[in-house]
Design a protein around this ligand. Structure first.
Ligand SMILES: [Zn+2]
Length: 376
């Protein structure tokens, strides 16, 4: 559901993506706001209604981005990397590189978004009050004040994955010291709210009462989105627990498949196909000089396999990310996801003692979940 979408640029060094659904929903929102301005200001010309509708949609889009940047700035202050921000029409998602380490951090990151939206609502309210009544500036600014106020308030509903759910989790986490129980509560809260929204939405869509047909479909859709996100967030906690206490040295493979840097990529591909191993250390003059994998080899065009050496295709040693046997696997997995790395050598002192891959970690998680070895 939460794909990366189209990348449109960077703010504060964070890549900003538009979700694929965004284009359709942006058009729908613009149309409905044009008709809103038409009914509110019948004395305006048609092009004024359109200008106000489009301008409001764009400013709303900026407002959602501002909300997510609120979360991101606080996360960055805690040295938590922000991988990307994806914008949906009804909100955004700042994907952070790892979970907050303390309840206080989680609380501050979660509360920053709604506070940013409330501040923006206040700003638009001031602009509206200072502008001549009945004009376009006043109409657009007061509409955005209302929308930002609603955005902040909706996000404070205490159910995962909304900000209010995170705030609830941080509070329960702080009070009980139990992260799992706190997440369970916020996740159940989120699912309850999602079911309520779906039921109210379907009821309205069928009967044309309460929220109306269009509003009903809209609510059911958001409810369904929230439901899957709430369930997913709980699954993530199970994963986190399944890896408690596991270190890289416990699950690494001590076998060190090695190839020489002077062989061709073609020969290397033969080796991969023959052995099924997907990642190799590269040696030159008895030293480790780099890392080569299926992924690195596949970046070389097929017709150049015979003429290209492993040396030219490998990741050179200075660019290879490494781990140590003591690194907690949960931390390592977050690092691999953030950097988009599939394999890492495990280094003790200046010696490579093993290899670890994302696949291995995922298999460990799967096995531990199947065996019910999940600590509360
Ligand atoms: Zn938020």
């Amino acid at each position: 559901m939460v794909g990366t979408g189209f990348r449109i640029g960077r703010v504060l060094g964070i890549p900003i993506h538009l979700h694929a659904s965004w284009f359709l929903l942006f058009a729908l929102i613009t149309f409905s706001w044009v008709s809103y301005f038409t009914s509110q200001h019948p004395q305006w010309s048609g092009s004024q209604h359109w200008a106000a509708g489009i301008l409001s949609s764009l400013l709303f889009f900026g407002s959602v981005l501002f909300h997510e940047l609120g979360h991101s700035v606080v996360a960055l202050r805690y040295k938590i990397p922000v991988v990307s921000i994806t914008l949906f029409v009804f909100g955004g998602l700042a994907r952070i590189g790892r979970e907050a380490r303390t309840a206080k951090q989680e609380f501050n990151i979660a509360v920053a978004g709604p506070l940013a939206s409330y501040a923006l609502a206040g700003g638009f309210y001031l602009v509206a009050s200072a502008s001549p009544g009945g004009g376009m500036v006043e109409a657009v600014a007061s509409w955005l004040a209302l929308i930002n106020f609603a955005l902040a308030t909706f996000n404070l509903i205490p159910g995962f994955p909304l900000d209010g759910g995170r705030i609830l989790r941080a509070i329960v986490w702080q009070l009980t010291g139990n992260y799992t129980r706190a997440t369970k509560m916020a996740s159940v809260g989120g699912q309850l709210i999602a079911y309520l929204m779906i039921v109210a939405g379907i009821y309205s869509a069928l009967t044309d009462e309460f929220l109306g047909r269009f509003g009903g479909i809209w609510w059911a859709f958001i409810g369904w989105f929230l439901l899957s996100a709430a369930q997913e967030s709980f699954a993530q906690v199970a994963i986190r627990n399944s890896l408690a206490g596991v270190r890289a040295g416990d699950i690494m493979s001590a076998e060190l498949p090695t190839v020489s840097r002077s062989i061709s990529v073609m020969d290397y591909v033969d080796e991969i196909v023959r052995t099924g191993r997907r990642c190799h250390l590269v040696q030159g003059a008895g030293q480790l000089v780099g890392l080569i994998s299926v992924h690195a080899a596949s970046k070389i065009p097929r017709e150049e396999w015979v003429t290209t050496s492993v040396q030219a295709a490998m990741i050179p040693r200075e660019h290879v990310h490494v781990t140590s046997p003591e690194e907690p696997v949960l931390n390592l997995l977050e690092r691999m996801q953030t950097e988009d790395i599939n394999q890492m050598p495990v280094v003790a002192g200046d010696r490579v003692v093993g290899l670890i891959s994302r696949d291995t970690i995922l298999r460990v998680i799967q096995t531990r979940l199947e065996m019910g070895k999940v600590e509360e």
